[in-house]
Design a protein around this ligand. Structure first.
Ligand SMILES: Nc1ncnc2c1ncn2[C@@H]1O[C@H](COP(=O)(O)OP(=O)(O)OP(=O)(O)O)[C@@H](O)[C@H]1O
Ligand SMILES: [Mg+2]
Length: 254
């Protein structure tokens, strides 16, 4: 499955309150795009809109490539790809879209292994699910050592690994992450973000990464998007954005 993402003219918000205004954004298949911006810029709202928890009042959201081929739902065809605005939130995972939400989304009462198994639950092929579980323990060694530990016994870094592992259990084409570095030590952040790069290189995963940790995010990303008050104010190669001191001062506060 491949999972490029294209947003065109997306406007969304809560009730009468518009938060996102006319968002154009493209994530190339097999690349990492970082979306950065100040508190309240609309980053989480953007992820909620892509994953169907919120529906846009205008615009289109399409998953490009082969990811939409399953079951014919979601309005494939037309301009190409799957129209995600028509995919029910609970079907997103079947279309190859997985979210690691803000605050990690680990069920703290369940063990590491139970959390991971939940991520692969929708798979009918049990053997494939078991194989992916083994792969997750290879990828995240600290989790292999703690497979019987409950979520609440994990460190912040282990919890973030578990949240990522759980999302990956679904073998997504497109992975969306909301501030994975929140509350983590710099070394742990570097290891988690480094893992995203490895996944991109090894499996062709497409990643949309929301971060307040701008430097780290732009260091791992291919492309960078700056969101300010619900509008895209810059969209450029990540390395170029990282060098733009004026833009950083104006929108990112450093
Ligand atoms: N459930 C909600 N109902 C109404 N307004 C909301 C809701 N959630 C967020 N907002 C508003 O939408 C705007 C964008 O919020 P959002 O959470 O998307 O920003 P963010 O960029 O993720 O911020 P942060 O960096 O703090 O996580 C804010 O003005 C916020 O107050
Ligand atoms: Mg947020």
């Amino acid at each position: 499955m491949t999972g490029g993402l294209v947003l065109e003219g997306v406007t969304a918000g809560y009730g009468a309150v518009r938060v996102l205004h006319d968002i154009d954004l493209a994530v190339a298949d097999g690349s990492i795009t970082a979306v950065v911006g100040a508190n309240g810029a609309g980053k989480t709202t953007l992820l909620r809109t892509i994953t169907g928890q919120l529906r846009p009042s205008a615009g289109s959201i399409r998953l490009t490539g082969g990811a939409g081929g399953k079951g014919g739902k979601g309005g494939e065809g037309g301009k190409g790809g799957t129209d995600l605005t028509r995919v029910p939130v609970e079907d997103m995972v079947r279309h190859g879209v997985a979210l690691v939400p803000e605050g990690r989304g680990v069920i703290t009462e369940l063990t590491v292994e139970e959390n991971l198994r939940l991520g692969g639950l929708w798979r009918k092929d049990r053997r494939a699910a078991a194989e992916v579980l083994t792969q997750m323990y290879e990828l995240f060694e600290p989790l292999a050592r703690r497979r019987k530990a409950a979520g609440h016994q994990l460190s912040g870094g282990e919890r973030q690994m578990l949240a990522l592992g759980r999302a990956l259990m679904a073998a997504p084409a497109l992975l969306l992450l909301d501030e994975p570095s929140l509350g983590l030590a710099p070394k742990v952040t570097a290891s988690i973000l480094g893992m995203l790069r490895r996944l991109r290189d090894d499996t062709g995963l497409t990643v949309l990464l929301i971060e307040q940790n701008v430097r780290s995010a732009l260091a791992v990303a291919d492309h960078g998007v700056v969101l300010n008050l619900g509008r895209v104010v810059a969209s450029r190669p990540a390395a170029e954005l990282a060098e733009d001191t004026d833009l950083r001062h104006t929108y990112l506060g450093f």
